[in-house]
Design a protein around this ligand. Structure first.
Ligand code: BGC
Length: 265
């Protein structure tokens, strides 16, 4: 399944899930805008793999929580490739803390990148999609946005209230926007990953004891890989999934199945 000449912006593409998704689109021959915030080396390596895989692209530094930087990123993408077909709204951070000692800065930073950042990027993408020639009801979508969220959009997470709140917010942002733009043939969906081995949780998967504990939360008994998410993202942005909008796909090895209820309850 080749997505060919799609132009795709992937935010937070210098590592982890975003990197995996950007490379997967590269393999489909897409033009990929590799957004990063601070890890230029990581972004460069993502781009190299995109090109090796037969795609094209460029790296672009922008803080997704800053309106002016987001606007210039979308301008750069369209001046380079003329249009946009897919936005992968992925950039996200964690700033963990007990609730009573959580600083306003920890709260604001997480909400700003994870939720406001996804709003700002989605708004620019929607404006570009709306400017395209209106499709008739029988046509395929003229644009796709995929919100990369987390199982913590529905699983509460003690010690991570800022993060879980941002992800819960993404769920309603995604669904409400999907409802608003569906008649314009714009599809909006979410992917909610479970535990995927990336930098964000390396202190867990690099530690044998913590991994044992983590496996109790994963019925499928393995940690996920960025490619597990990337494959779903490519499909969800392709005409193969054209009738899906406003849905979240949980890619989590069963983490959302209440694993504590095995032989219990
Ligand atoms: C978090 C990871 C965590 C996973 C499962 C993700 O959204 O970023 O740190 O391992 O959820 O709890």
């Amino acid at each position: 399944m080749k997505t060919n000449n799609q132009t795709v912006i992937v935010t937070g593409a210098s590592s982890g899930i975003g990197q995996g998704i950007a490379i997967a689109f590269g393999k489909q021959g897409a033009n990929v805008v590799v957004n990063y915030h601070s890890d230029e080396e990581g972004a460069t390596s993502t781009l190299e793999k995109i090109i090796e895989g037969g795609g094209k692209g460029f790296i672009h530094k922008a803080d997704v929580g800053k309106e002016d930087e987001v606007i210039s990123m979308f301008e750069k993408a369209t001046s380079e490739y003329g249009t946009l077909d897919v936005l992968i709204n992925n950039a996200g951070i964690q700033k963990d803390s007990d609730f009573s000692s959580m600083t306003l800065d920890q709260w604001n930073k997480v909400i700003n990148t994870n939720l406001t950042g996804q709003f700002l990027c989605a708004r620019e993408a929607i404006q570009l999609f709306e400017a395209k020639k209106q499709a008739s009801p029988d046509d395929k979508a003229i644009g796709n946005i995929i919100f990369i969220s987390s199982v913590h959009d529905i699983i509460p997470w003690a010690g991570h209230v800022n993060y879980a709140s941002s992800k819960g917010g993404i769920l309603m942002l995604m669904k409400s926007l999907a409802l608003e733009v569906a008649p314009k043939k714009i599809r909006i969906n979410g992917i909610s990953p479970g535990a995927i081995a990336t930098d964000i949780n390396d202190e867990v998967w690099k530690d044998e004891e913590k991994m044992k504990e983590l496996m109790k939360l994963i019925p499928y008994k393995r940690i996920g890989l960025p490619e597990d998410i990337a494959k779903v993202a490519v499909w969800l942005a392709s005409p193969e999934s054209d009738y899906i909008t406003g849905t979240t796909i949980y890619v989590d090895g069963g983490m959302t199945l209440y694993p504590g209820f095995v032989d219990n309850g």
